[in-house]
Design a protein around this ligand. Structure first.
Ligand SMILES: Nc1nc2c(ncn2[C@@H]2O[C@H](COP(=O)(O)OP(=O)(O)OP(=O)(O)O)[C@@H](O)[C@H]2O)c(=O)[nH]1
Length: 425
């Protein structure tokens, strides 16, 4: 097709692809015809070698039609290069092959080139004979190149002989054949250009689709980037939230720890003097407002200094912890228990009369005296002296209640320790 519209470069490039990598030897032979035609069109300097190779290929493929077609191209190449005798020699060889009559197109092509070769050597008789055969045998193929070329050859021959009337007739026939040939060629060119235009349109559509795809890919990249950024943002927010929670937690636990240190005795875990006073005042206020009795127990370990001195400070600490642990067992939830001195403890009992408080003190005293101190690693006995006061005699004032309980405890110490004394007026 590309050869028909003189686009020899494209014709060569496509036919060469098949020629170099054919599916079969037959395919190689067929492609070689178009390839040679393109090479002649391109004035390639190795055409004769290529023709020789292609003829060998078609012979091997047993393709006589294509062998003859290539032979006609070989003649065309020779005539083009004014090697008329060589072209005539090929024609004469061809005549000897009876097979050639089977292929009208091939025969016309070969006769046509032979006509041109004869004109080239001014053998008008032979040229005329052949040209007339072409014209006669190709009445219905006015369009073909050999036909219009043959009419032109006949015109030239008649003119050279001075047969002007005949020359005019041939020229008219030539003009007619040429017009038909050119119309056909114009149709082919139009079809070709239409095809090229359609291909161009398709390519433009493909390019547009490619552009669309590019835009879509860009959009996708953008969405992905956005998604990545959102994920990052969520991660950062989560991290900030986590950090804030950790800081808040640490702040809370810090405050709680600080509060605990400030309000509780680190050794025994019960309220320190400051917190005991605060809690006790609140409880007293409640009891006074609700006309409820209240009692206070104050107790102090006996000869505690001796324990420290004899067994060391660690043994003394153990004893303090053991006493608190033991006494705690006998206290209610709303009793206020605190360590108000080194080895001195106080309990405020809301809603409790002094006699019941004295009873509880007795229970604690007995329990302290029963502590097995060997767990400390030393052998000693713990006792404590208790003083008890009540709101009936001391009122709902903490200072008074503690003072009166202290007096009673002093009496217990004075009376020989390890005992309970209740304050009375
Ligand atoms: N191991 C220890 N000892 C303490 C602590 N706080 C105070 N002490 C000791 O408690 C002892 C109190 O001694 P004293 O006031 O003489 O009283 P005591 O030896 O118990 O004698 P009486 O009260 O008269 O029976 C001192 O030796 C203090 O060092 C403490 O937290 N741990």
């Amino acid at each position: 097709m590309y050869n028909r519209v003189d686009n020899y470069e494209l014709a060569y490039s496509y036919s060469n692809i098949i020629y170099e990598d054919p599916g079969s030897i037959t395919e190689k032979c067929h492609s070689s015809f178009n390839r040679i035609e393109a090479l002649i069109g391109l004035n390639h300097d190795q055409v004769d070698v290529e023709i020789h190779n292609s003829l060998a290929v078609c012979k091997e493929a047993d393709e006589p039609l294509f062998s003859w077609l290539i032979t006609s191209l070989q003649m065309e190449f020779l005539v083009k290069n004014k090697q008329f005798l060589k072209a005539i020699s090929i024609y004469e060889d061809a005549l000897e092959q009876s097979q050639i009559s089977d292929y009208v197109t091939v025969k016309t092509r070969i006769y046509h080139q032979a006509t041109l070769a004869y004109i080239g050597i001014a053998d008008y008789v032979s040229a005329e004979k052949l040209a007339k055969q072409i014209v006669k045998g190709s009445k219905d193929v006015l369009l073909s190149m050999p036909v219009q070329s043959s009419y032109y050859s006949l015109y030239q021959i008649s003119k050279a002989r001075g047969e002007l009337k005949e020359a005019l007739n041939y020229f008219e026939a030539y003009s007619q054949a040429l017009a038909a040939y050119q119309n056909d060629r114009a149709d082919r060119l139009l079809a070709y250009n239409l095809a090229v235009g359609q291909i161009e349109l398709k390519n433009q559509r493909i390019a547009l689709l490619d552009k669309d795809n590019e835009v879509l890919a860009l959009q996708r990249d953008l969405y992905e980037q956005e998604a990545r950024q959102n994920r990052l943002l969520v991660l950062i927010l989560a991290a900030v939230l986590l950090l804030a929670s950790v800081l808040a937690y640490r702040g809370m636990t810090g405050r709680y720890r600080f509060k605990k240190i400030a309000e509780y005795d680190q050794l025994t875990g019960i309220s320190n003097r400051y917190h005991f006073n605060k809690q006790a005042r609140l409880a007293l206020q409640y009891c006074e407002q609700n006309a409820k009795p209240v009692a206070v127990i104050l107790f102090d370990l006996d000869h505690f200094k001796q324990i420290n001195d004899a067994h060391g400070h660690a043994a003394g600490d153990w004893a303090l912890q053991a006493v608190v642990k033991t006494c705690r067992n006998f206290m209610r939830n709303n009793d206020v228990f605190g360590r108000i001195g080194g080895e001195e403890f106080a309990v405020l009992l809301p809603g409790c009369q002094i006699d019941k408080a004295a009873l509880l003190a007795e229970i604690c005293r007995d329990a302290i005296a029963s502590i097995d101190c060997s767990d400390s690693g030393f052998d000693f006995v713990l006792t404590a002296s208790f003083g008890v006061s009540g709101s009936d005699t001391s009122g709902h004032v903490l200072k008074q209640l503690l003072g009166d309980a202290d007096n009673a405890m002093y009496q217990a110490k004075a009376a020989g320790r390890n005992r309970v004394m209740a304050f009375s007026n």
